[in-house]
Design a protein around this ligand. Structure first.
Ligand code: ASP
Ligand code: SER
Ligand code: ZN
Length: 631
């Protein structure tokens, strides 16, 4: 993910959800400020002038001041957020909570001021900036005293509970990254069940906070003119919110047959391995058998589902990395090397000095991978707890995509320094990753001794589909759940049953056993307590293939799409960077057209890429009853 600065997210003290209830009072804040005033610069004063004339000139002046103010405040907030995310203490949380509440108040004020120009004729650039100001908040606080503070305190407790969550496994307290590593390799259904259920013991405590957070953010969203917070989130795509929701339905309908074919094949192989008592060969798949804590990417169980005949994969990326001299830093250097091969500049020295690449052992940090730009210019960094394995090799390329985007658009006006839409931001590094995972490229950088031929196409495509096709329904269901929560369709008492129902409807998955009455499983997925919208990942899963198809065409590639790598192609790099440099200055459809020539969202590229595998899956599935509704 890209660290989202335009958000009300704040974090409170350490792991202790209960201790977190005592977020500093305003009085304590004042005292704290006095104690540190001699060494700490005062926070930037909030706000711009209150009384711009409601004219075109007034709008221009307001937007200019808003951009200056936001540049200043966002850097201040980002540096505090970084300090907290890489060293969670009472004090860094105190600072972050305060800074986030201030930033939210400023953003709400700017959004309301922007709305005053709704009826004024202004030039298109100013109009776009006014719209962006209105849409910039993820969780708006209502405009009344104390609301931003209350929201910050709640989001504080949610994020801290997740980031420092641990549970007992075989007599030891383990973290999410420990659990994920074991789950990736475990083929013992008792063990995978214990990990699945164990991690979800960290989240029941979040449920009441989440419900209150929804109330406050909805109140804030309504004040900004949106029906609810979900409607606000759906409004950020240069089209009416309802049309956007319909677009996601249309895209899902296009790709769903591929998912059903993969689901059917994987279910049969799991049945063959574990037997009817663990995984029947009909109905939904047991979620803990898929090698990932949220069953969102299934590549870790490739060994279980590898073709029984007709070709095997000759390598495993994790083993290649481990048996060569790769460490976390070398993985990041390798990722940088890909971007540089496309003609982009190396990362700045400060990236290497200031990034967090591995988990520090002496303090609590937020381990969920993210990419940051601290000063809206060159101070770009990643924050990861990198392990040497194929998943993190890929994630490194993903995160660097955010950083290269951030640097490419740094010369845009402040309000345009963002992705064409949030799905673009997630898709940049994923697009690069599509080349970086090809055997051709792994051979070029010396990880693979020889490049396999066409006989490994199906194994390769199956590996890719286990991650990319399996992800699609998950990419959709997280926000389907949240959209229903924000609209009131799903009441707090139904939070968990609705989540489980969405898992079944979209993914065709069931938990390994009945969930406890107090379960709050959505809270065990980072982006829910972290309040990061998720539809962006569904879009990115489509866009990256549109980018890849266009790039390979530009490169003159005539072979199968899945074997194409744009490594070393400076012409493609220049064209790609030109799209990145546009930032958010134009509707995203313009950026898409500029690089791909496509008119909009188009799932035909992902269909092209996986076409040979889909034919193969249909052969494997012949005679099987696919789908999961008829249990
Ligand atoms: N940060 C990435 C995602 O959330 C990849 C990950 O660590 O899961 O976008
Ligand atoms: N990085 C995103 C996640 O963790 C999408 O893969 O869910
Ligand atoms: Zn990302």
């Amino acid at each position: 993910m890209k660290r989202q600065m335009m958000t009300a997210v704040a974090v409170c003290a350490l792991a202790f959800a209960a201790g977190c209830a005592s977020t500093p009072s305003p009085a304590a804040r004042t005292a704290g400020t006095e104690q540190t005033a001699s060494t700490t610069p005062a926070p930037p004063a909030t706000g711009v002038k209150a009384d711009y004339p409601i004219t075109a000139d007034g709008a221009t002046a307001f937007v200019a001041d808003a951009e200056t103010k936001w540049a200043e405040v966002s850097e201040y907030v980002a540096r505090i957020q970084w300090a907290r995310a890489t060293n969670i203490t009472f004090d860094t949380m105190w600072l972050e909570s305060r800074a986030n509440a201030e930033a939210t108040e400023l953003q709400v004020q700017l959004a309301n001021q922007a709305a005053k120009f709704n009826e004024v004729q202004v030039d298109p650039v100013v109009r776009r900036k006014l719209n962006l100001l209105r849409l910039s908040l993820v969780l708006p606080a209502p405009n009344r005293p104390g609301a931003a503070d209350e929201l910050a305190q709640i989001t504080t407790r949610l994020d801290s509970t997740y980031s420092t969550g641990k549970f007992d496994f075989k007599g030891h307290q383990i973290t999410l990254d420990d659990a994920s590593l074991i789950l990736a390799d475990s083929r013992d259904p008792e063990e995978t069940k214990a990990l699945y259920e164990g991690w979800r013991t960290i989240s029941p405590v979040m449920r009441d906070d989440y419900a209150r957070m929804v109330e406050i953010a909805n109140e804030g969203s309504r004040e900004l003119g949106f029906a609810d917070t979900g409607a606000l989130w759906r409004s950020g795509y240069d089209m009416p919110a309802d049309d956007f929701a319909a677009e996601t339905d249309r895209l899902w309908a296009q790709v769903k047959p591929f998912y059903e074919n993969l689901h059917c094949y994987v279910r049969a192989r799991l049945n063959a391995k574990y037997g009817d008592a663990v995984q029947p060969n009909h109905g939904p798949i047991r979620a803990d058998l898929l090698g990932n804590m949220w069953s969102q990417q299934w590549g870790n169980i490739y060994d279980v589902v590898a073709p029984a005949s007709g070709g095997a994969s000759s390598y495993d990326l994790t083993e290649l990395l481990k048996s060569t001299d790769y460490d976390a830093t070398k993985m990041v250097k390798t990722g940088e090397g890909f971007y540089v091969s496309m003609g982009l500049d190396p990362l700045p020295q400060t990236f290497w000095e200031r990034s967090q690449i591995t988990r520090p052992r002496d303090r609590e940090v937020v381990c969920h991978a993210s990419a940051w730009n601290l000063d809206n210019a060159d101070d770009i960094r990643i924050k990861m707890c990198t392990n040497v394995n194929g998943d993190d090799f890929y994630t490194v390329h993903h995160e660097l995509g955010h950083n290269y985007y951030q640097r490419a658009y740094k010369n845009q006006p402040m309000l345009f320094r963002n992705g064409a839409n949030d799905g673009f931001h997630e898709a940049i590094g994923d697009f690069v990753g599509l080349s970086a995972l090809t055997p051709t490229y792994l051979n070029q950088i010396g990880l693979l001794k020889t490049t396999p031929g066409a006989e490994e196409d199906i194994p390769f495509l199956l590996k890719m589909a286990l991650d990319k096709i399996a992800f699609l329904p998950f990419g959709l269901m997280v926000d389907r759940w949240r959209w229903d929560v924000f609209s009131g369709e799903t009441a707090p008492a139904a939070y968990n049953t609705a989540w489980t129902a969405d898992m079944l409807q979209y993914q065709g998955l069931v938990p390994p056993g009945p969930r406890p009455a107090n379960a709050f499983d959505p809270g065990a997925k980072y982006h829910v307590p972290g309040n990061t919208p998720y539809t962006r990942y569904f879009l990115a899963a489509i866009y990256q293939f549109q980018f890849q198809r266009a790039a390979c065409k530009q490169a003159g590639w005539t072979g199968p799409l899945h074997r194409c790598s744009v490594y070393g192609n400076k012409e493609v790099g220049a064209r790609f960077n030109a799209m990145l440099q546009m930032g958010q200055s134009q509707p995203w459809q313009e950026a898409m057209k500029a690089f791909t020539g496509d008119d909009g969202n188009d799932a035909s590229a992902i269909a092209d890429y996986f076409a040979p595998l889909n034919v193969w899956l249909e052969e494997q599935n012949r005679g099987h009853q696919c789908g999961w509704s008829a249990a």
